[in-house]
Design a protein around this ligand. Sequence first.
Ligand code: ADP
Length: 447
Amino acid sequence: MRALLTGCVSAGTVAGVAIYIVLTRLGAAGSYALTLALLAFALFLTPTVAAATYVRMMFRQISELAANARKLANLHGGVLPAEPQKDAVDDLRAALEVLSDLIARQSAAFTEQRIALDQITSALQEGVVAVSPAGRVVFANSQISTMFGTQMPLAGRSILEVVRKQRVTEAIEKALEGNAPEGRIVVTAGHDDRQIEMRVVSVPSSGGLGAVALFVDISDLARLQRIRRDFLDDFSHEVRTPLAGLRSAAETIEGGRLTAEQEEALRQVMLRQLNRIERLVKDLAELNRIESGELVLERRRVDLKSLLADLCHEFRGRTSETAINFSLTGEEVFAVADPVRLQQIFSNLLDNAWKHGGGGEVLIEVTRGGGYAVIRVSDSGEGIRPEEIDRIFNRFYRVDRSRSQAVPGVGLGLSITKHLVLLHQGTIRAFNREGGGATFEVRLPAA
Ligand code: ADP
């Protein structure tokens, strides 16, 4: 700029002197020639001075801009030369390069964070949704779409459209007003009516109050709680009957004035009830051991027909006074199984056939089919009502008419039997025979 000024002053001076000399040579008055020379000089100088002032002002602004850019870059960890460059434009360029590098790195970091957030929230079992003060979804993970059956993408859509559950949208609206409801809200959602628990909080955001809601599928938990409740109900029902028998027998004995026979009869009642409680506890512990996976099978090659023949022999001895016939037919089939557990499976079935078989013959049949050993235990009792066939394998399930004390049992035998068969990769089912009576069919992989 200095060179420009010097050039302009020189050019103005040269022009002024030239005009002065020419005019005086032409005979003009000295004062007239000087005035014109000075005018020419001023004509050269005025725009140059104005331009120089303007350029100086611009440079000052560029310097300020450069200083601000340096400060900004330094504030965000950008690395700049310690001293500003001599030229303000160079200084500004250097600071802008550092700033643009910073912006590029921050935008890459932001994208990475966004991807990580997406990955983390989609790995969660819970649904998460963030809502803007205007009621639009800012962020939602894929679980929200699964829970409420709304197609992705959800961001940008109205929360009313995404969730479509009045209680949920009302709770979110309250949170946007700063009155997030405390405690949990449970709604049913999805095509299979899952139970979803929701919690919502208000969060300050740039345009006012936003909201973040968390959704947890509690269907499985609710189902487990129901199972636990049912179990406790069934258990206390089963244990109450023998306890009541025990108490009444004990009170009668305590009341005194009983004959020796009466006392003996009551003692027998007490013994029976104690046996019943003992069996209940034993069966429950057994079922628990099987269900928890604690039971390890000790498998070996077992001749099923011979195992069943031994069992029939034992049952004939056990039931000699009722004269029930246990007859075994069929072929020799082997399975790789735990013989102790097989005995337990078929003991339960023979015991049931004896208890519920109405005193008729119990038929045991061993065959082979489709890679399986098929064992059928049939009796000639009343059979099982069709609506109860699937339920008899449930724990504590006893068909009403046999809930009475007439037929002993606690309703755990078939449940244990089924679990043991499943442990052997087998199947069990029950059906009624055409001529009357029930058949229990066990299939075990044949060896
Ligand atoms: P329980 O200890 O009462 O015998 P189970 O689990 O072995 O318990 O049997 C459950 C119920 O299934 C029994 O109470 C009975 O009502 C029914 N059941 C089992 N076996 C037979 C059968 N062979 N014939 C008819 N009903 C049966």
